[in-house]
Design a protein around this ligand. Structure first.
Ligand SMILES: Cc1ncc(COP(=O)(O)O)c(C=O)c1O
Length: 487
C-alpha cells in the first residue's frame, strides 16, 4: 500500500487522507508517495478512449487504496468535481494551423477559467468528503498569483465544513481574477487583498508558512492548505498529462514533447512524475517569463531568489518554485537529508549552487527558455492574425519557448499547455492585439456576469498580515463554532 512521507525526511509515514488534510508534512516538508506505480505501454493502450473522468479514476486508484476511499466513492467524487466544467471532454486538445506540429491542451474550461480548476475541483471535493466523514471543520489558506485563489474559492464556496482564506497581492492580479474571488457571496469565502508585496505571491507564501509553523494556532484552527503544497493537487494534475498524451498520439509508445508555462513547478512536477511512471514524454519545455528562476535552475544549476518583475503572464510571476523540492526527491542519487540541507541553505542565504551530478540528474528530459514580454505579446498577435485562435499570455509563453527551442527538440509532436482563458487578461489582450475593443474570443459570460455583482473582501498591509490574519481567522472560527459572541 502506498504511504506518504515528507520529502525532507521528518515524521512518520501517513495514509492518503492524512496527507491531504495536513497539507504540509509535520516537519514543514512536502508529502511524496513511498513509491511511484509503473504504467506499462499495455496499460496505457487499455486507457485509450477513456473519458477524462474514467482515466482520472484509473490513475488516482493507483495512489489511493480502497480502505481510504472505496472505488465507488472515488468515482462519485470525480463525477461531482468535474460536473461544473463547461465541456463534457473537460480538457480538449486542439491542433494549431499556423504553428507546425503543435497542439494546445486547453485546460481552462473549468468554472474559473484556468488549469487550477482541474486540480482544485478534485482536491476540495476530496477534502470535503474526508471532513464529512470525520465531522470536522477545517480552515484553508491559499496564496494566489491570480488563478489558484478563484479556483479554491469557487469549489469551497458554500461548503459548510470549510472556511477558505484567499490571499492575493493587491494590484498584481488582473481585475477579472480579483472579481472571481470577491463577488462570491458565500460566508465561508474570505478574500484578503494584501498591499505592499514587492515579491508578489511569494511574500504571501512566507506568511502562510509561518502560520503553519505555529503549531497551537494550526491545531486550534485545523489549518490546511490547498496550494500545490498539497499532494492532492499534484496527483490530480498528473492526470492531464496522461489524458493529453493519449489524445495527441497516433500510437501508444510514440514519444512527444510538452511545453508548460511554469512558475512554482507544481504543474511540471506532476508532469515529471507522470513521465517517471512511464508516460513517453521525450522532453518537457519549461516555459518561463522574465521571472526565470526555473530557467536558471535548469540551465546553470543555480537556485537564486532574484527581484520580481511584472509581466503580461502575471500568474507565473513567481520567484520560488517550491515544488522543485518535491521533484528533486524522485531524482536519481538525491536523498531527503540533502533536500533538507539544500532547502535550509537556500532559505537562509537566498541562493544555492547544485553540484554537477545533481544538476545532471534533475535536468534530464527538460529544456527551458525565458520568454520576453515583447515576445509574449507578439505571439498572441501573430497566432490570432494567422488563424483567429486567441492565446492567453501563459499559453503564448509556452508556444514561444517551444518555438525557440525547436532546433534542439526534433520532429516529435509538441503539446503546449493552455493554462488560462484569455478573458482573464483583457488588458494584455488589448495591448497585444493593439485594439481598444476586445474580440469575442477574449470575453466569457462568467467574467461579464461578475461585473454586475457586489464585492466583499478584507484588506491588509503585508507588514501586519500575520497578526491581522490570525485575529480575523480566530474570530471567524469562534463565530462559526458558535462558541462565543463577537464583541
Ligand atoms: C495560468 C497559469 N499558468 C501557469 C501557472 C504555473 O503553474 P506552476 O506554478 O504549477 O508552475 C500558473 C500558476 O502558478 C497559472 O495560474
Amino acid at each position: 500500500m502506498i504511504h506518504y512521507i515528507s520529502n525532507t525526511g521528518g515524521g512518520a509515514p501517513v495514509n492518503f487522507e492524512q496527507a491531504i488534510l495536513d497539507g504540509f508534512a509535520i516537519d514543514g516538508g512536502l508529502y511524496v508517495p513511498t513509491e511511484l506505480p509503473q504504467i506499462s505501454l499495455a496499460t496505457l493502450t487499455s486507457w485509450q478512449g477513456l473519458s477524462y473522468q474514467e482515466l482520472a479514476l484509473e490513475v488516482l486508484s493507483l495512489f489511493i487504496d480502497e480502505t481510504t476511499i472505496p472505488r465507488t466513492d472515488l468515482r462519485e467524487i470525480i463525477q461531482t468535481a468535474y460536473a461544473p466544467f463547461e465541456l463534457k471532454s473537460v480538457i480538449p486538445l486542439k491542433p494549431l494551423k499556423s504553428v507546425p506540429n503543435t497542439f494546445m491542451l486547453e485546460l481552462f474550461h473549468g468554472p474559473t477559467l484556468s488549469f487550477k480548476d482541474v486540480g482544485q475541483a478534485f482536491l476540495i471535493n476530496v477534502v470535503n468528503y474526508f471532513l464529512k466523514r470525520k465531522e470536522q471543520h477545517l480552515s484553508v489558506i491559499v496564496a494566489t498569483t491570480g488563478d489558484t485563489g478563484p479556483a479554491a474559492a469557487y469549489f469551497a464556496a458554500g461548503k459548510s465544513n470549510m472556511d477558505a482564506w484567499v490571499l492575493y497581492p493587491s494590484g498584481m492580479i488582473t481585475p477579472e481574477q480579483e472579481r472571481q474571488m470577491t463577488t462570491l457571496p458565500h460566508p465561508n469565502i474570505h478574500p484578503v487583498a494584501v498591499a505592499g508585496c514587492p515579491d508578489g505571491g511569494d511574500d504571501l507564501d512566507l506568511v502562510i508558512a509561518n502560520l503553519y509553523a505555529n503549531i497551537p494556532f494550526k491545531e486550534q484552527l485545523q489549518l490546511s492548505s490547498v496550494n500545490s503544497i498539497n499532494w492532492g493537487r499534484i496527483l490530480m494534475q498528473s492526470v492531464h498529462y496522461f489524458y493529453g498524451y493519449l489524445l495527441a498520439i497516433d500510437k501508444v509508445g510514440e514519444p512527444i514533447h510538452m511545453s508548460v508555462p511554469s512558475g512554482g513547478f507544481g504543474n511540471l512536477c506532476a508532469g515529471g512524475l507522470a513521465r517517471k511512471m512511464g508516460l513517453p514524454i521525450k522532453c518537457f519545455v519549461i516555459a518561463n517569463n522574465r521571472n526565470d528562476s526555473l530557467n536558471r535552475i535548469f540551465t546553470k544549476g543555480l537556485f537564486l531568489k532574484a527581484p520580481l518583475y511584472e509581466t503580461p503572464a502575471s500568474a507565473i510571476d513567481i520567484l520560488i518554485p517550491y515544488n522543485f523540492w518535491r521533484y528533486l526527491y524522485f531524482c536519481e542519487g538525491v536523498q531527503s537529508e540533502q533536500i533538507k540541507h539544500w532547502k535550509t541553505t537556500f532559505d537562509t542565504t537566498g541562493q544555492l549552487q547544485f553540484e554537477e551530478a545533481t544538476f545532471e540528474s534533475y535536468r534530464r528530459g527538460f529544456l527551458s527558455y525565458q520568454v520576453s514580454n515583447a515576445a509574449t505579446l507578439s505571439t498572441i498577435k501573430s497566432v490570432y492574425e494567422a488563424e483567429q485562435y486567441l492565446l492567453d499570455p501563459h499559453g503564448a509563453v509556452a508556444i514561444q519557448a517551444a518555438q525557440q527551442l525547436s532546433d534542439q527538440l526534433g520532429t516529435e509532436k509538441m503539446v503546449c499547455l493552455a493554462t488560462a482563458h484569455p478573458a482573464k487578461f483583457s488588458k494584455v489582450i488589448k495591448e497585444a492585439l493593439q485594439v481598444t475593443q476586445l474580440p469575442s474570443e477574449a470575453t466569457h459570460p462568467s467574467i461579464e456576469k461578475a461585473k454586475s455583482k457586489g464585492e466583499k473582501k478584507h484588506s491588509c498591509h503585508h507588514d501586519y498580515l500575520e497578526s491581522a490574519l490570525m485575529e480575523m481567522m480566530e474570530v471567524n472560527w469562534a463565530f462559526t463554532k458558535g462558541k462565543k459572541e463577537i464583541s
